[in-house]
Design a protein around this ligand. Structure first.
Ligand code: NDP
Length: 294
């Protein structure tokens, strides 16, 4: 099975490297030429556009920043759809909206192309280690066909349901992560102002009912070290909250907590924190309140 890979960024590059290490033949493209050169050094065939990837692949994986870019890569003038052989499977591992995926899947179907949404959780660390959680929206036969490929990239592979459901569960997950992180930040500030040490809050609340994954993953590693390099960029968390709001609008579901959390991260981005780990939102509260947590 020949694999195509488009989008060799923080997530895509380590995924493609793991496929190469497993012995798959990989053709790759990214708008960033340096990223293509880097993956060629691992044994991939470098391509100068998406169409060239499509022409030589049975399965094409995309890991791209957002739905607008995914759609351009699929249906643009040199897009994948016009170049794919009938029967090709496209696996989009980007975090995008279910509605965008369903639109792409609808077009793909008319051309005999299978289109799968398979967003991931686990960050760049999980991508490097090949241990990502992968949430797949696909029909059963297509899922079985691509499962061996996904097992190289991830540790927990979930077949959620038909096309679009992978994106749906990813949005729900990241809505909860964003809201929990926004809550953690303001709660820590209040605790410090009331005379608590951050270490005390970590020790006791991590065993109490207010604990969350945001606390487990972000408090000791980033906030207590006052170092927000790496991790999951605030810009990406903000994007994912936007996807949830979009899905809420489309489905007539009110999401007041999500709307508030979006504004919290908007203030972080306005403060220049968009590229730092999402937990850097604590800096906004520290500035407003003149309270230091770490
Ligand atoms: P990056 O921005 O690091 O990678 C995306 C890559 O795609 C970049 O190299 C970018 O190039 C390239 N690209 C942009 N436009 C095109 C195009 N038209 N054709 C080909 N390549 C293009 O993002 P990540 O790897 O961090 O994220 C990828 C997806 O995974 C996103 O949807 C994100 O939300 C999701 N995700 C990310 C996680 C993380 O921890 N980073 C965790 C879970 C999910 P250039 O930079 O030059 O624009």
């Amino acid at each position: 099975m020949k694999i195509g890979f488009i989008g060799l960024g923080a997530m895509g590059k380590p995924m493609a490297v793991n496929l190469l290490k497993e012995g798959y033949q990989v053709s790759a493209f990214d708008v960033n030429r340096t990223s293509v050169d880097e993956i060629v050094a691992f044994g991939a065939v470098g391509c100068s556009n998406g169409g060239a990837v499509a022409a030589s692949s049975d399965v094409i994986i995309t890991s791209l920043p957002n739905a607008g870019i995914v759609e351009t890569v699929m249906v643009g003038s040199e897009g994948l759809f016009s170049q794919c052989k009938e029967g090709t499977v496209i696996i989009d591992m980007s975090s995008v909206s279910p509605s965008s995926t369903l639109k792409m899947a609808g077009i793909a179907e008319t051309m005999g192309i299978k289109y799968v949404d398979a967003p991931v959780s686990g960050g760049t660390k999980g991508a490097d280690a090949g241990t990502l959680a992968i949430m797949v929206g696909a029909d059963e036969a297509v899922f079985e066909k691509i499962k061996p490929v996904l097992e190289v990239i991830g540790g927990d592979i979930y077949h959620v349901g038909p096309t679009g459901t992978g994106d749906a569960i990813k949005i729900v997950n990241n809505l909860m992560l964003g809201c929990n992180m926004a809550t953690l930040a303001e709660a820590l500030i209040l605790g410090v102002k009331c005379g608590l040490k951050v270490e005390t809050m970590q020790k006791i609340i991590s065993k109490s009912s207010g604990r969350s994954y945001a606390m487990e993953a972000k408090l000791e590693k980033f906030i207590m070290k006052d170092d927000f390099e790496g991790g999951f960029a605030m810009d990406l968390q903000y994007k994912d909250l936007g996807l949830a709001l979009e899905a809420g609008k489309e489905n007539n579901i009110p999401l007041p907590m999500t709307a508030l959390a979006t504004q919290v991260f908007e203030s972080g981005r306005a403060s220049g924190l968009g590229r730092e780990d999402m937990s850097a939102i604590i800096k906004v509260w520290e500035k407003i309140t003149n309270v230091r947590v770490a």
